[in-house]
Design a protein around this ligand. Structure first.
Ligand SMILES: [Zn+2]
Length: 470
């Protein structure tokens, strides 16, 4: 997952047909004992079911890394279609999405003075190459973007900027959110001040030598310089050399490049509702991953969770349609979520709920909602059904995730499950995000919680209403 700039509602409105009527259904009634009992059956089946785990085994083994535009991405789309068909989904089809195509190349960095040492680095996703042969320059260390802004130009120009900020371990996303602006904007901000390259302490909490990638965003018409992430131990080493008080020099080489944009696809499949099939409960996850590993937690686990949850909930024949969307290119620009909104504009008013899984298959700690006041009672009923699983209520201002957030802006009620983010950022976007890191018991717990929510959402009389447009 990442924190992209949200697409402007205005631009969406310009692109999309403007005829959709965002209706406001009546608020929902209490859960009946029968409905609650069926939801518990869905949960209990999910806790014994390994459809999700087997799905993840298949994706990570047979497809592997799947960065947007890469051969792995194309294989993932074919895999998604075949997997949904195999598991009994209906109306399975790819919906074409144009995606950017960045190619990693080779990244190296070494301290050349005062005490030469090689560093473990990785290129930030989307960054540019250094000049051929690399750049060598004195290092200037800053903690954050604010500290960079306070430095005079002559301390930055011609140097390599080193962002030292250490991401904090937190159970929620606050540690990540604090760190990620440096990755997103650090290279472009440093370039505007005349820096020749950027290295940053990894946006990750692993104490091992695992630097994490993730998207960086150069300004369209601004100067561009290479941005690399250092593993935490390598960032520590660089800080110790700087602490000596002697001038520290780095040599940085990066050969990444951009190819032409290409076509990928959102993969969509459904279980049509038994009585109100035109009303949709959307369950999403992103099919792409970064390229350093097989994207098992990010977001293979999410893909597995939503597929398994929809299938289990559908066994109870709910009234509304359960739609799974495996989004293209979340990591490098959220192309898939924007394409989904454009393509499905005319039926957005019939989306009763949207949620996504993009925080790994860790213990589910919290349940968040973003529903209108009129839908809060019904949302709290869902929360009470989750309570026996140890899932607390996180309030009604959830950030439901980068692929469904735009739907919320357009009136669709959102819900989210907050997993324990503390272990996630040891491997997120890094080379250690592999199948063995996923606990099948916790994966089943996630499937059970999602299955229960989407089953109830597909049944609750009147839905949750409509959010105000933002
Ligand atoms: Zn993700």
């Amino acid at each position: 997952m990442l924190s992209p700039p949200r697409p402007l509602l205005a631009s969406l409105l310009a692109v999309c047909c403007a005829t959709a009527v965002l209706a406001a259904p009546a608020p929902a009634a209490d859960l009946t004992p029968g409905l609650l009992s069926r939801a518990k059956t869905v949960r209990d089946r999910a806790l014994l079911d390994d459809t999700g785990y087997e799905c993840l085994r298949s994706l990570t083994t047979e497809v592997g890394p799947r960065l947007a535009g890469s051969p792995g991405d194309a294989r993932a789309v074919a895999w998604g279609v075949a997997q949904l068909e195999h598991l009994g989904f209906r109306n399975v089809h790819p919906e074409p999405v144009r995606v950017p195509h960045w190619i990693r190349g080779e990244a190296r960095a070494e301290i050349t003075a005062p005490w030469p040492q090689a560093l473990v680095v990785t290129a930030l996703g989307g960054t540019v190459a250094t000049p051929a042969g690399g750049v060598e320059a004195e290092v200037v260390a800053v903690g954050t973007l604010d500290e960079l802004a306070k430095l005079p130009d002559d301390r930055i120009a011609g140097r390599i900027v080193f962002f030292t900020h250490r991401m904090q371990r937190t159970h929620d996303l606050s540690g990540y959110r604090e760190a990620v602006p440096i990755r997103s904007r650090g290279p472009s901000e440093a370039a505007k001040r005349g820096a020749v390259a950027v290295v940053m302490r990894t946006v990750g909490t692993s104490p091992e030598r695992f630097p994490h990638t993730g998207s960086t965003r150069d300004e369209a018409n601004g100067p561009r310089i290479a941005g690399l992430a250092l593993s935490n131990p390598d960032a520590d080493l660089l800080e110790r050399e700087i602490a000596s008080g002697r001038p520290v020099k780095l040599r940085v080489v990066n050969t990444s490049s951009w190819a032409d944009s290409t076509l990928s696809a959102n993969v969509v499949g459904e279980f049509p509702g038994a009585r109100r099939s035109h009303e949709i409960v959307l369950l999403g996850a992103h099919l792409d991953s970064w390229d350093l590993a097989t994207g098992a937690q990010d977001d293979g686990a999410g893909v597995a969770i939503v597929i398994a949850a929809a299938r289990l909930a559908a066994q109870m024949k709910p009234a509304r349609t359960l739609r799974v969307v495996l989004y293209a290119n979340e990591e490098n620009g959220t192309s898939g979520s924007r394409a989904y909104v454009r393509r499905h504009w005319d039926e957005l008013a019939h989306h009763v709920l949207a949620m996504e899984s993009d925080l790994g298959a860790y213990r589910v700690l919290g349940f968040g909602t973003r529903v209108p006041v009129a839908g809060l009672d019904a949302a709290r009923e869902v929360q009470r059904a989750l309570e026996p699983m140890g899932i607390a209520y996180d309030g009604n201002a959830t950030n439901a995730g980068s692929d469904v957030d735009t739907l919320g802006s357009l009136g669709v009620p959102l819900m989210s499950l907050q997993t324990d983010a503390e272990p996630y950022f040891d491997l997120h976007h890094g080379p250690n995000d592999t199948f063995d890191q996923v606990d099948p018991t916790l994966l089943r717990q996630n499937v059970a919680a999602y299955a229960m929510i989407v089953y109830l959402a597909a049944e609750i009389e009147g839905g949750f209403g409509r959010l105000p447009l933002r």
